[in-house]
Design a protein around this ligand. Structure first.
Ligand code: PMV
Length: 329
């Protein structure tokens, strides 16, 4: 490698899962207990520059301009350690990361963050990694980051080894213009993050049932997306979210992510679909915010109804996004 800094800038989008990843078969490798499906979110992204510099004695991290410390820095350093070992470099990196979505809104940034970090780090080292290799490496930072590498509608194959656990596109972003209308119920930082949650998932007696039936939901969601069948899509997506939260609630210690307003919105969404015939369904990750997935024709009506429920509710909205890409090699 030449003496000067080697740097690259990559952008990756966040994603929302329709069949969730919860629990690992192998925690060290982040091999998930089940395969999962998501769509990338075009309007929520992380842009990361990685500069490998000979003069650095430690990795540094800036998030939205501010120097990061503690757990965020430690997680990035662990990921860079893994990349250093794999790509045989002894250089440390200066990492600058910008999220275009408000930080601290309870919208997970780890998927877009580790996808962008992995792509920028590899490109800066002059490596021409395939999409599959990038997905495998991003997975080591955050499981859901594996799904932010490919474009559009994505399936993460659980796999049975490090090399076989990766995500790939099964439908392009323009195949079906779904919209994610996100109701920000709470901005509070979650007390138990997903990494800790994956470790306790196995303590719920419901987890084997969720895992055992995940392949059926994968098939049903995939076929609903391919046929643009909103009714089938909605019923399986809501069932899968409820199953994951049932596992969370019955784990030791129990994880109770829903707030009263989350629950009220979930009930309203079902009413809007079944009685008012809007094409909308809900799904929630490891937090109280409600992702209302809707047909593009019904997104404005869903936003108006959410605002009518609570005028102070903050709402984000996104269409289907592309995969991770390099902005500046
Ligand atoms: O990638 P992680 O470790 O943040 O886990 C993501 C877990 C969920 O968001 C709850 C589900 C998912 O599949 O994205």
């Amino acid at each position: 490698m030449a003496d000067g800094p080697r740097s690259a800038t990559a952008r990756a989008h966040s994603n929302i899962a329709f069949v969730k990843y919860w629990g690992n078969r192998d925690h060290r490798l982040r091999l998930p207990a089940n395969s999962s499906i998501s769509m990338n979110l075009a309007d929520l992204h992380t842009t990361t520059t990685v500069a490998w510099e000979r003069s650095l004695r430690l990795d540094t991290l800036r998030i939205n301009g501010a120097l990061a410390a503690d757990s965020a820095l430690e997680r990035v350093r662990n990921h860079l350690d893994m990349l250093r070992a794999r790509f045989k470099t002894r250089r440390y990196a200066r990492v600058c990361s910008m999220n275009n979505f408000p930080m601290g809104t309870g919208i997970a940034s780890s998927a877009s963050a580790f996808a962008a970090l992995t792509m920028a780090a590899g490109t800066a080292l002059g490596l021409n990694l395939s999409e599959r290799e990038l997905s495998i490496l991003a997975r080591m930072g955050s499981g859901s980051a594996a799904r932010s590498i490919p474009s559009g509608y994505v399936e993460w194959h659980a796999g049975h080894s490090h090399e076989t656990s990766f995500a790939e596109t099964f439908a392009s972003s323009d195949h079906w213009k779904l919209i994610d209308v996100i109701a920000i119920v709470s901005r509070a930082h979650k007390r138990t993050g997903s990494s800790a949650g994956h470790e306790t998932a196995g303590s719920s007696v419901l987890q084997p049932a969720r895992i055992g039936s995940a392949a059926d939901r994968m098939g049903a969601v995939k076929s609903a997306i391919m046929r643009r069948d909103f009714e089938q899509f909605a019923s399986v997506v809501e069932e899968d979210s409820n199953l994951m939260h049932a596992v969370m609630m019955t784990s030791d210690p129990p994880l109770l992510y829903w707030a009263p307003l989350s629950f009220a919105i979930m009930k309203e969404v079902r009413h809007w679909r079944t009685v008012e015939h809007l094409q909308v369904c809900f799904t929630l990750d490891a937090g109280p915010n409600v992702h209302c997935i809707c047909a593009s024709t019904d997104a404005d009506a869903v936003v108006a109804r959410l605002q009518a429920l609570s005028s102070e509710l903050e709402i984000l909205r996104s269409t289907v996004g592309c995969g991770a890409y390099i902005l500046k090699p």
